[in-house]
Structure formats: structure tokens, C-alpha cells
Design a protein around this ligand. Structure first.
Ligand code: SF4
Ligand code: FES
Length: 332
């Protein structure tokens, strides 16, 4: 806004002052000295006004930017939202939050009202509730940008990352329900226990395995992967371990022994990686009814994955690899 006002002034001065000076030159030429003096005065006045207002605009703008940069990120986002909506685009939104009391092992629903603008995420709304209305509300988060995978919860019935869920996008009849993830043991309110999830992940021995662990110091040519090689496993390496796929999976929810979509997608990730030297070991370990063959291809895992990892697809590829293995053995 300020920048455009400054530009209007700049253009007005750049065009107006030369015109005035040109007219003055003509009037002097024809001997109209009074007119010439008035025109000169107007041109000078224009320059002075431009100088003073321009300086003030730049000074205020600089101060504004300085104050803005000094604000915490959350306030910067709020301010940007208000600027975009002219300070008007806010709505009162009803939140119904499931609270788990870890001492008495009871659940209850708590209703809150928050003022949201079009930039408000469910996570920022919950933090707003926690700072202004109820400081006992337990929420887990870290990065606030869909990277750490800490803020998974069930929002309007769908496992989602709270920091990536916009309140306005989720508003059905002005009400948003927030529950802790179903598939993980509850700790407090919206915070769940991830031990079991990480155990499943670790059970497949994640990590690229090389026979010679010190090869990078041996001075040998580094092992190179082509773009094609990388593309085979790259989509599966985007997993941020948020646990949403496990939460959405109907098989894990009915058979806790099933290893689950996240771990299986990581088996495929390393199996498809040419630089991994573990061979078929991981693949054969999940060649069981609670491994690959436990998947009923409901596809819910891929639908909720915030990173597009497609665990359901990875599991089908693993099945394909195992079938190839069986076919080879039969031929042999
Ligand atoms: S596969 Fe997707 S949904 Fe599952 S843990 Fe990884 S990022 Fe989350
Ligand atoms: S806070 Fe990190 S993914 Fe949401």
C-alpha cells in the first residue's frame, strides 16, 4: 500500500516537474515573467513535497519492516492474514477437542471458540486455545511446517497433520472436531505414545547397508546412482514418520500384529535402492501373514499420507517382488 503511494508520488514528480519547467521555459521565452515565476515555484514546491513525503514513507516503511521482522513467526503469519483480508476476514470457529485424562483414564469432549482467519491452521488454533483459554491442553508439535511429523491427530474424522490443516478448509457448519490418533496408546489429551510405531519402523532395520562401512575413506571411486536408480526409491524416502498411515490402516486396527504400512513402505524403499547391499533379507523377513500378505489393500494409508509416500502402492510392489522370487525358485 505504502509502496504504491510512493510510486504514484514518484511518477507524478517525474512527469509533473519537467512539464512545469518546460512551460516555464516557454513563458520566459515569450516574456511572461510572472507566469514563469509561478511555474518555477510550483515545480520547486512539487519537488519539496515529493522529498518530504517520500522520505517519511521510506522511514515509516523501514520501521514497519523492522517491527515486523522482530515479531515471533506466529504473529507475522497472523498479521499477514489480517493484511490480506483487510482485517475483516475472520470468523468465530467452534472447536470440539477430545481430552484424555491420563490419571483417571477417562475421555471427555471440551468445546472452545476461536477467531480464525484464512491462514489459521488447526495447530495454531489449538496453541491459541492453550495460551488464552486452557493452559492444561496437551498438544505435541515441533516444526509447524509438515516436516517433523509430531502433530498428527484426527481432524473431522481424518488422520491429519494439524500444522498443515487449514481451519477454513475444514470448517463444516463452523465446527471442527479434534481427536487424538486412534491407533496409538493415549498419553494425555491429543498426545499419543509412538514407542510401538518406532519399534515397527526399527524392526525392518532401516538405513542403507554397505558391506564396507569405511569405504568413503578408502579413496575408491564413490558409488554412483543414476537419476533412474534414485527415482525408484525417492518417493518412499519422503516419509516423515508421522504415523498417520498406521492410524488409518483398518488392518493394524484389527490385527496389531500386522507390521503396518509405514514399515512396509520403508522395506520397499531400501529394497529398491541399488546402493543398499542387504539384498533380499528385509523382503524375505516380511514375507509373512503379518507382513506383506497381511495387507488387504484398503488404501487408507496412501489417502492420508501428507507426503504422498503411497505405502499401499509400495506393499503391492513388494508383493510383486516376492512373486518374482517365487517364480524364479520354481523355474530353478
Ligand atoms: S508413510 Fe506417510 S503417513 Fe505413513 S508415516 Fe510416512 S509420511 Fe506419515
Ligand atoms: S509440527 Fe511438525 S509436522 Fe506438524
Amino acid at each position: 500500500m505504502r509502496a504504491s503511494r510512493f510510486m504514484i508520488l514518484l511518477y507524478a514528480s517525474l512527469i509533473g516537474v519537467p512539464i512545469l519547467l518546460y512551460l516555464r521555459m516557454i513563458s520566459t521565452f515569450y516574456g511572461m515573467y510572472l507566469v514563469s515565476t509561478v511555474l518555477l515555484a510550483l515545480a520547486s514546491l512539487g519537488l519539496v513535497i515529493f522529498g518530504v513525503i517520500g522520505f517519511a514513507e521510506v522511514y515509516i516503511h523501514k520501521r514497519h519492516v523492522g517491527e515486523y521482522m522482530a515479531m515471533p513467526l506466529r504473529m507475522q503469519i497472523e498479521q499477514r492474514g489480517n493484511e490480506r483480508t483487510g482485517g475483516r476476514g475472520t470468523k468465530m470457529v467452534d472447536f470440539v477437542v477430545s481430552r484424555f485424562d491420563n490419571e483417571n483414564k477417562t475421555m471427555r469432549n471440551e468445546a472452545y471458540k476461536i477467531e480464525a482467519d484464512k491462514n489459521t491452521t488447526v495447530l495454531s488454533a489449538l496453541l491459541d486455545i492453550r495460551s488464552k483459554q486452557d493452559q492444561t491442553l496437551a498438544v505435541r508439535y515441533s516444526c509447524r511446517m509438515g516436516i517433523c511429523g509430531s502433530c498428527g491427530m484426527v481432524i473431522n474424522g481424518k488422520p491429519s497433520l494439524a500444522c498443515e490443516t487449514n481451519v477454513f478448509d475444514k470448517m463444516a457448519d463452523h465446527e471442527i472436531t479434534v481427536e487424538p490418533m486412534y491407533g496409538h496408546p493415549l498419553l494425555k489429551d491429543l498426545v499419543t505414545d509412538f514407542d510401538d510405531f518406532f519399534e515397527r519402523h526399527m524392526s525392518i532395520d532401516p538405513g542403507r547397508y554397505r558391506h564396507d562401512r569405511r569405504e568413503k575413506y578408502s579413496g575408491k571411486e564413490p558409488f554412483k546412482l543414476s537419476r533412474e536408480d534414485i527415482d525408484k526409491f525417492l518417493p518412499y524416502s519422503y516419509c516423515i514418520m508421522c504415523g498417520l498411515c498406521l492410524d488409518a490402516c483398518p488392518v493394524v486396527n484389527s490385527n496389531p500384529e500386522f507390521i503396518g504400512p509405514q514399515a512396509l513402505s520403508q522395506v520397499y524403499r531400501y529394497h529398491a535402492d541399488k546402493a543398499d547391499q542387504k539384498g533380499a533379507k528385509r523382503l524375505l523377513e516380511v514375507d509373512t501373514l503379518d507382513g506383506v500378505w497381511g495387507c488387504e489393500f484398503a488404501g487408507a494409508c496412501s489417502k492420508v499420507c501428507p507426503k504422498g509416500v503411497d505405502p499401499a502402492g509400495a506393499i503391492q510392489l513388494l508383493k510383486g517382488e516376492l512373486m518374482k522370487d517365487i517364480a524364479k525358485k520354481e523355474e530353478g
